[in-house]
Ligand binder design. Structure first.
Ligand SMILES: *Cc1c(COP(=O)(O)O)cnc(C)c1O
Length: 381
C-alpha cells in the first residue's frame, strides 16, 4: 500500500458499535471487567487506550514497523529508550544533537552512571575509537538541527551491527514520509509527533516504532511503569493530523525548494543550508535515504551580524518567531539566542551556530507570499 493510503487508513476500522468512521476519543481512565482480569484487552488507560492504540498501529504502518508506542512528549519517548540501559553503559551521539536530548543525557541520566559521548559522527576514526565494550547505544538524528547535516543511516547501522550496539534514529526532522530508518537498518525510530506528524502546532507528543518483539515488550513495560503516556484527545489530534501528512509534506518540500533557491540568490544572504542543494555536503546520502529534502532551511546573513539577524527574525509577518517546527504555519528562529542559547558561545561557533544564523520551518502557505515576506524582512537590514 502506498504511503498516503496508509496515512489515512492504517490501523483504523469503523467503530463496531456505531459505524463512526473516525476512532472515538475514549475519554476514560478505566474499563469495566466482568470478573477480575476478564476484560476486552483494556484494563486501565495508562497501559492501553483504544484511541491511542489506533494511533500506534497507524504510526507503526508508516514506519514499516511491527510495533508503535506513543508518549506524552518526544522527550518522554527518548527517556524510555535510555531506561533500557544500566549504570556503566555508554551512549554515543552527535555533538549537534537536539538541545533537549543533550540536556536530558547530560543533566539527568549522567548522574545515574550512564556515560554519553557527543562527537562528530562524520569522523569515522573518532567514532570507532569511542566505541568500547561498555557502548550500548548509538543515538542519531538526520538531518540535524540547525545545520541540516546528513548522517548515513546505513553506515551507522552496519557499524552498530558489527559492535552489537542498538541504533536509534530521531526521525523528527524528516517524518516517516521522507525517511524510514528501520528499512535502513535502525533498531528503533523515535519521533517528536509535536512536529510534522501532528502538523498543526496544537499538541505535544512522542513516539517509538520498532520491529523486535522482545525489545518492544521491554519498552512497553517502561512505558506503562514510568507513565509518560498521552491522553486520548491528543492521540485523536495526531491521528487526524497524519491523514494529511503526505499532502503537507509535498507542500513543505515544494515551498522549501523555492525558498532555499530564493535565499541562495539573495545578495544579503551568506550560506544556505538545505540538503536538496547539489553542493550540500550530505546531498548524495540524503538522496539515497530520503524521498525528498523537506522544508527545514537554515541560512546566514552576509557579515554574520547578531543585530541584523535579530532584525530579520523580528521583521517577518507570516513567519512567526517561535521555537518548534513542522506545523502548517511558517516559523523563523534565531538559534544563537533561542534553541542553542544554553550552549557556550565558543562551542556553538565550533559547530557552525554563528550569530547571523537563522532557521526556517517552511509551512504550507502559498510560496509567493512567503518569499515576499522574507524579501521585505531582508530589506530592513
Ligand atoms: C522537538 C524535538 C524533540 C523533543 O520533542 P518534544 O515533543 O518537544 O518533547 C526531540 N528531537 C527533535 C529533533 C525535536 O525537534
Amino acid at each position: 500500500m502506498q504511503f498516503g493510503t496508509k496515512a489515512i487508513h492504517a490501523g483504523q476500522e469503523p467503530d463496531p458499535v456505531t459505524g463512526a468512521i473516525m476512532p472515538p476519543i475514549y475519554q476514560t481512565s478505566t474499563f469495566v471487567q466482568e470478573a477480575p482480569g476478564q476484560h476486552k484487552g483494556y484494563a486501565y488507560a495508562r497501559g492501553k487506550n483504544p484511541t491511542r492504540a489506533a494511533l500506534e498501529r497507524n504510526l507503526a504502518a508508516l514506519e514499516n514497523a511491527q510495533f508503535g508506542l506513543c508518549f506524552s512528549s518526544g522527550m518522554g519517548a527518548i527517556d524510555a529508550v535510555i531506561k533500557l540501559l544500566a549504570p556503566g553503559d555508554e551512549v554515543i551521539t552527535s555533538d549537534d544533537v537536539y538541545g533537549g536530548t543533550y540536556r536530558m543525557f547530560e543533566k539527568v541520566f549522567a548522574s545515574f552512571g550512564i556515560r554519553f559521548h557527543f562527537i562528530d559522527l562524520h569522523d569515522e576514526a573518532l567514532l570507532k575509537s569511542t566505541i568500547n565494550e561498555k557502548t550500548k547505544l548509538l543515538w542519531v538524528e538526520t538531518p540535524t538541527n540547525p545545520l541540516l547535516k546528513v548522517i548515513d543511516i546505513r553506515q551507522m547501522a552496519a557499524l552498530a551491527k558489527a559492535h552489537h550496539l542498538m541504533l536509534a534514529v530521531d526521525n523528527t526532522f524528516s517524518s516517516p514520509y521522507l525517511q524510514n530508518p528501520l528499512d535502513l537498518g535502525a533498531d528503533i525510530v523515535m519521533h517528536s509527533a509535536t512536529k510534522y506528524l501532528g502538523g498543526h502546532s496544537d499538541v505535544v507528543m512522542g513516539a517509538l516504532c520498532l520491529n523486535d518483539e522482545a525489545l518492544y515488550q521491554r519498552l512497553a513495560f517502561i512505558h506503562n511503569s514510568c507513565g509518560a503516556t498521552p491522553g486520548p484527545m491528543d492521540s485523536f489530534l495526531v491521528l487526524r493530523g497524519i491523514k494529511t501528512l503526505h499532502l503537507r509534506m509535498k507542500a513543505h518540500c515544494y515551498n522549501g525548494r523555492l525558498i532555499a533557491e530564493f535565499l541562495k540568490a539573495h545578495p544579503k544572504v551568506g550560506k544556505v543550508y538545505w540538503p536538496g542543494f547539489e553542493d550540500h555536503a550530505g546531498h548524495a546520502i540524503a538522496k539515497s535515504q530520503m524521498r525528498d529534502f523537506g522544508g527545514m532551511i537554515s541560512f546566514t546573513l552576509q557579515g554574520d551580524d547578531y543585530d541584523k539577524a535579530m532584525k530579520v527574525a523580528t521583521s517577518t509577518h507570516l513567519f512567526s518567531l517561535a521555537e518548534s517546527l513542522g506545523g502548517v504555519e511558517s516559523l523563523i528562529g534565531h538559534p544563537a539566542s533561542m534553541t542553542h542559547a544554553s550552549i557556550p558561545k565558543e562551542e556553538r561557533l565550533r559547530f557552525g551556530v554563528v550569530d547571523g544564523l537563522l532557521r526556517l520551518s517552511v509551512g504550507v502557505e502559498e510560496v509567493e507570499d512567503l518569499i515576499a515576506d522574507l524579501e521585505q524582512a531582508l530589506e530592513q537590514i
